[in-house]
Each structure stands twice: as C-alpha cells, then as structure tokens.
Design a protein around this ligand. Structure first.
Ligand code: SAM
Length: 286
C-alpha cells in the first residue's frame, strides 16, 4: 500500500484485507480526508515533548500522524478485532503503545505515571459519538492529568460546548465546559469525510484546560446542580426550574429573593445567565 491510510482507497483495502466489518455499536466512522486530518493535528498543537492519548485509534488512521508529530502515543481501542490491524498499520512506528480496553474504565492517572512520567497527556481523538459527553466531562471534571482535548465530535455538540449566553445552543454543557476549559472550534467537517458516512455533520473542537477556573465559587456541586435545574425544562423560568427540582431544596421565595439581590427579573430564564452569575447565585443560596 502506498502512503497513509487516510483516504478511501487505502482504508477500504485494509478493511478488506483483515475482513473487518464496521461495528455500529462502537461508533465506528473512519476518517478518510487528509485535509481534515491535518487540521486536527495542527489544532492539537503537539510537539515532540508531548505524549498523546488517543481514544479509539480504529485502524490507525490518525495514529500514524500522531506518531510523526509527538514524542509518544498511547492509543486505547475497545474493539479487539482491530488490534491485529493496528499492529500492522503502525509497524513503522516505535513510539506507540496500544491498549485494548474501554476508555471510560481506564485509570488516566496511572496511565500517565506508566507512559509519561506522571506528566499530563494531550488527548486527541475522532470520538465515538455515543459516548462523547461522558468522555469529555470525565476528563474535565475529575482531577486527571490531561492538559488539552482536541476532538472530532458531532457539530451540534461542538456548538453547544462553545455557545455563549442568549444563544440557542447555550446550556448546561456550555457552562460546564466554560468552567473548566477554553474552547476553540477548529473546523467544520462534512459527512463525506468518513467511511461509513455518519448521519450528522461533525466538527473539531479544542479544549484547553484552565489551571484555575475563571470564576470562584464556594460550592461547585451546588452551582452545577443549579445550572442543571435551570436548563432541565428550557421553556420554564429559572425560578420554576429550581423550585421544582428534587435535587435542590429551595422554595420560590428563596429564589426570588436571590434574583432580586442580583438585580435580575423574577421571570428570567437560565439561558441568559453567565457562568459568574450562576456562581454568584450559588454563593448567595449556600
Ligand atoms: N480514529 C479512527 C479514525 O479517525 O478513523 C476511528 C474513529 S471512530 C469514530 C471511533 C473509534 O473509537 C472506533 O475505533 C471505536 O471502536 C472506538 N471506541 C468506541 N468506544 C470506545 C471506548 N469506550 N473506548 C475506546 N475506544 C472506543
């Protein structure tokens, strides 16, 4: 085979040679567009000092590029039928390790100790869409050694991640991401860049984790519980969302008092509040 895997001809050839059938349950859509691949690699800002954690290498399409630009790559693939394929397609590289397993069950701290002297990984992936949010939120919320996350996700999810107050896509995910990381949309990617073709458009987003969150809040859990309650029923006012929420124990008067203190209208909706306003509300209610 000539050149990299990242084109339809070479991808189909490898799949045929190894008799691989796409596993829908694992969200398998392989990238076959070199232009998009280069955009992801550039967006990830990798140097030879970095150890990259790749989630779901598939047949090794992105892994080949990651091996060339980084010091080391650790790739975690759940589908055991792809492991022999990866051994073959990555045989030219001596800076890659492949683990067969579920990324959600890995101890990232231990992997960083084992593969990167305890230093943080740069995460890069064309993510399986069925578990995009748990993967990303797991890396952001838990204190794991990850410094940035550059990933292909559904376009709609990327938009929600970097949406600001007042926009249609703004919600609990936007606020959670903005508390932990700086988000940057690196590229929009049409369906025909993958085999098989997914049903939805995709986008590449880069999240650079903050060392310190941009707002201070006394009780982070309470703030996020308020955020979830405010967005649970989009058409309800923030006051109704919070007072009807079973996770929280506040009545209408409590919420109205806080809104007044903050100079906000009683009928305000969650979608116009900024992260610092949610932090302020949480500190007052505590
Ligand atoms: N990186 C390849 C590419 O860009 O062509 C494949 C991307 S494909 C969208 C997602 C990959 O993630 C598949 O190889 C799939 O088997 C793998 N995967 C799915 N769930 C996973 C999990 N929980 N842990 C690790 N890998 C997973």
């Amino acid at each position: 085979m000539e050149g990299y895997l990242v084109n339809p001809k070479n991808t189909v050839e490898i799949l045929k040679r190894h008799n691989i059938h796409f596993q829908k349950k694992f969200g398998q859509n392989f990238l076959v567009d070199e232009h998009v691949m280069k955009k992801i690699i550039n967006a990830a800002q990798i140097t030879k000092d970095d150890c990259v954690l790749e989630i779901g290498p598939g047949i090794g399409t992105m892994t080949q590029f990651l091996c060339e630009v980084s010091g080391k790559v650790l790739a975690v693939e759940i589908d055991k039928t792809l492991i022999p394929v990866l051994e073959r397609t990555l045989s030219d590289y001596d800076n890659v390790s492949v683990i067969c397993g579920d990324i959600l069950r890995q101890d990232i701290k231990e992997l960083a100790e084992q593969y990167n002297n305890g230093r943080p990984f740069k995460v890069v992936a064309n993510l399986p869409y069925y578990i995009t949010t748990p993967i990303i939120m797991g890396f952001l919320e838990n204190d794991v050694p990850v410094e940035s996350i550059t990933v292909m996700v559904q376009k709609e999810v990327a938009e929600r991640m970097q949406a600001g107050p007042g926009s249609k896509a703004y919600g609990a995910l936007s606020l959670a991401v903005s508390y932990y990381a700086e988000a940057y949309l690196a590229a929009n990617v049409p369906q025909n860049c993958f085999i098989p073709r997914p049903n939805v458009a995709s986008a590449v987003i880069r999240l650079k984790k903050y060392k310190e969150p941009p707002v201070k809040v006394k009780n982070r859990e309470l703030m996020f519980a308020l955020i979830r309650a405010s967005f649970q029923q989009r058409r309800k006012t923030l006051c109704n969302g919070i007072k009807n929420n079973r996770e929280l124990n506040y009545g209408r008067e409590d919420v109205e008092r806080v809104l007044e203190q903050m100079g906000l209208d009683k009928g305000v909706r969650g979608e116009v509040l900024t992260l610092s306003q949610f932090a302020q509300m949480s500190d007052i209610l505590l």
